[in-house]
Design a protein around this ligand. Structure first.
Ligand SMILES: Cc1cc2nc3c(=O)[nH]c(=O)nc-3n(C[C@H](O)[C@H](O)[C@H](O)COP(=O)(O)OP(=O)(O)OC[C@H]3O[C@@H](n4cnc5c(N)ncnc54)[C@H](O)[C@@H]3O)c2cc1C
Length: 639
């Protein structure tokens, strides 16, 4: 090994044991570990980065969706969870959404109890239309129904860390989870722990656990990767690349909707500006006044196409509409739940509006301006330092200045059809009502679950999975771990560090991205998919043995790319398994088999068994009536 500031612990191994093992300490993993520890279990939490700010919500987030049980809410958990399911044509995670809607607000109250900020305690927004004067809660988007809260998300990760410490959770930071340990017992596959590696010292930890919770977010850097602008490669943290998916896939776990992808959106491959750093009216910037190059205001319209004449109307449902959804999970907003949006770009051009466009907060009421610039831009992920502080220090004053909106689609950079992402509500792990995966004793939460996308859902499902894993752990004994498997894995993981020279991880990541663009782009067919699988196989035999790492940090980057290779293969296989095009999944085949369209109006799950890819069909609403099933599975909570 070359000079490296940390001890060289390569070939060192420690063996640990716990009741509940949690892999990944974003908001979902932290909540899982807290819930398991509160249930009296001995918990180990493994995090590749540093818990205090790791994960997509590590630097904050500005709105908490689906706080349906907050004291001011005018909607029920059933209404919003069912709307989320309908809105995605039922290709949606009813279980996780219901947990989010039913328990999400409880988790927010937990965060407040531990020191997080969830309400306007100083009266900074006193008198604002979006503030409840009794509770100090601030609402976003739909001011009539009050189920989305504006929050101080940057305060949350530090208090989660404090709580973990209070509860005595053992935290292994700078430690990557690499492989699931499993055993076959009584005809079932069961999780028995995980193999992990310190990304500074290369020390191996073999952790035996009765139950395991996966909380490592979703895949990224599959179709798009910019080695020169790693930080801007993805909307989410670029080191969250789907290791949980990869290790689950290798172990035989079931996944669904992995054939779903969308044409890339903002902040992909360094092609667009940092999220929320430009003037627009998306999420954080909703409902900023937009103007064209001449200062002409661009109107908002409601779901019925009616042009709105006041700023206030932008925050209320249309006449006859109960509520509207906004803020994150909506891939393709459907009419029934659409909020007031600006007109489509083509229509704007037809009407003579001139580019460039700008967000002009100076034309908004003071409270709305302050809510966008300062609270929302400031608390949103990645905005506090690079956007809010940088622009403020350089003199940006929202009372006087406008912020330009870029791109020929005017909201952000535009991409080619083959430049894709797992964005919005993509595929992932499918679970039962306990959030247990197809592997006994292994649970999943947050963005690892299929069709998940937001922080409130991550906190709620994390807590829920931790609770369920803790209950199960009390009834389970430790399983066995295979020493032969562990040794094979250690050899696989260390191989690039045992070499003198070789291929850089970036080269393979870029090659995979190119392969996925060419063979798994906007339009698929069998010939392309098979060539894609063959090419990835060729990378395995020819490129992988050449990979080289100079130190444990680089080694962890190599491991990421190996996982990206596995996830890419899973995506190609998932695409092969769906025979007919499917609009809700943005899945288009040039050789679509029309005779399968109706039969395939279901989830297709895939998993590996003895090296073979297995396919199953699961009915879309397999989760049943959300309220009834939830209450059946949680009698102790809601007796
Ligand atoms: C810019 C931005 C703005 C957002 N704004 C909002 C918002 O306003 N409201 C909202 O509801 N949602 C928002 N989201 C989404 C929200 O942040 C995520 O849905 C949520 O954080 C998911 O939580 P998670 O715990 O599942 O994953 P993450 O928070 O991403 O955590 C995953 C954790 O796993 C760790 N990890 C990964 N691989 C390994 C490994 N191999 N071993 C060990 N650890 C590993 C990572 O380091 C990370 O800490 C935003 C996301 C982004 C990126």
């Amino acid at each position: 090994m070359r000079t490296w500031p940390y001890p060289n612990e390569m070939e060192n191994r420690e063996d640990l044991e716990c009741d509940v093992l949690v892999l990944g300490a974003g908001v979902s993993g932290c909540f899982a570990a807290i819930a398991a520890a509160q249930n009296g279990q001995k918990v180990i939490l493994v995090e590749k980065g540093s818990v205090i700010h790791s994960g997509a919500a590590g630097t904050g987030f500005d709105h908490w969706e689906s706080a349906c049980t907050n004291p001011c809410s005018n909607v029920t958990p059933e209404e919003i969870a069912e709307a989320y399911v309908d809105e995605q044509d039922h290709y949606s995670n009813g279980i996780a959404h219901y947990i989010e809607c039913r328990e999400g607000y409880d988790r927010l109250v937990d965060l407040e109890a531990w020191g997080g900020k969830i309400r306007d305690t100083e009266g900074e927004f006193a008198g604002a239309d979006f503030r409840d004067e009794t509770t100090g809660l601030l609402f976003a988007y739909d001011y009539a129904n009050k189920f989305t809260l504006r929050v101080w998300g940057s305060t949350f990760k530090p208090v989660l860390l404090k709580r973990l410490r209070q509860l005595g959770v053992r935290i292994l930071e700078r430690t990557e989870a690499c492989s699931l340990l499993t055993e076959h017992r009584d005809g079932k596959m069961r999780g028995t722990g995980a193999l992990c590696m310190n990304v500074r010292t290369a020390k191996i930890s073999v952790i035996k656990a009765r139950t395991t919770v996966l909380a490592m977010s979703r895949p990224a850097r599959i179709w798009l990767f910019d080695p020169d602008m790693m930080g801007l490669s993805e909307f989410r943290p670029p080191q969250c690349i789907g290791t949980g998916h990869a290790m689950g896939w290798r172990a035989g776990m079931e996944f669904t909707m992995m054939e779903k992808s969308v044409k890339a959106e903002f902040s992909a491959a360094g092609r667009s500006f940092p999220p929320y750093s430009t003037g627009n009216n998306h999420n954080t910037w909703y409902a900023a006044t937009m103007v064209d190059a001449r200062g002409q205001e661009i109107p908002y319209v409601d779901r019925d196409g009616k042009e709105l004449t006041s700023v206030r109307e932008r925050y209320y449902p249309a006449k006859g509409q109960k509520f509207f959804l906004k803020g994150g999970v909506i891939d393709d907003p459907k009419y029934a739940y659409r909020g007031p949006e600006t007109l489509p770009f083509d229509e704007l051009m037809r009407r003579g509006y001139k580019l460039p466009f700008y967000a002009d907060l100076s034309r908004m009421p003071e409270m709305e301006r302050k809510a966008i610039w300062g609270l929302m831009v400031g608390e949103e992920g990645k905005t506090k330092i690079p956007v809010y502080r940088s622009l403020s220090e350089r003199g940006f004053d929202p009372e006087r200045h406008m912020l330009q909106s870029y791109g020929n689609g005017w909201q952000s950079a535009s991409f080619l059809d083959q430049e894709r992402q797992l964005f919005g509500a993509p595929g992932g792990v499918i679970t039962d009502w306990d959030l247990k995966t197809s592997i006994d004793g292994v649970y999943a939460c947050g963005d690892m679950l299929y069709a998940m996308d937001c922080a409130g859902a991550a906190c709620a499902t994390g807590h829920y999975a931790g609770r369920k894993a803790a209950e199960a752990s009390k009834t389970m004994s430790h399983g066995t771990v295979s020493e032969a498997y562990i040794q094979n894995e250690i050899d696989r993981l260390y191989a690039p560090l045992r070499k003198e020279d070789g291929m850089d991880w970036r080269e393979l990541n870029k090659a995979i991205a190119k392969a996925m663009q060419n063979y798994c782009g906007g339009v698929k067919n069998d010939a392309l998919l098979e060539q894609g699988i063959a090419l990835l196989q060729q990378y395995r035999t020819e490129a992988v043995p050449q990979l080289y790492a100079a130190n444990p940090h680089e080694l962890s980057r190599v491991h990421e790319v190996l996982d990206i290779l596995d996830v890419s293969e899973m995506i190609l296989e998932a695409c092969r398994m769906r025979r007919a095009s499917c609009a809700p999944l943005n899945f288009v085949r040039s050789d679509s088999d029309a005779s399968k369209t109706d039969a395939e109006h279901c989830y297709i799950t895939i998993h590996q068994e003895n090296g073979q890819v297995m396919r199953k069909e699961v009915p879309l609403d397999f989760f049943g009536n959300l309220k009834e099933e939830y209450e059946k599975h949680n009698p102790e909570v809601h007796a």
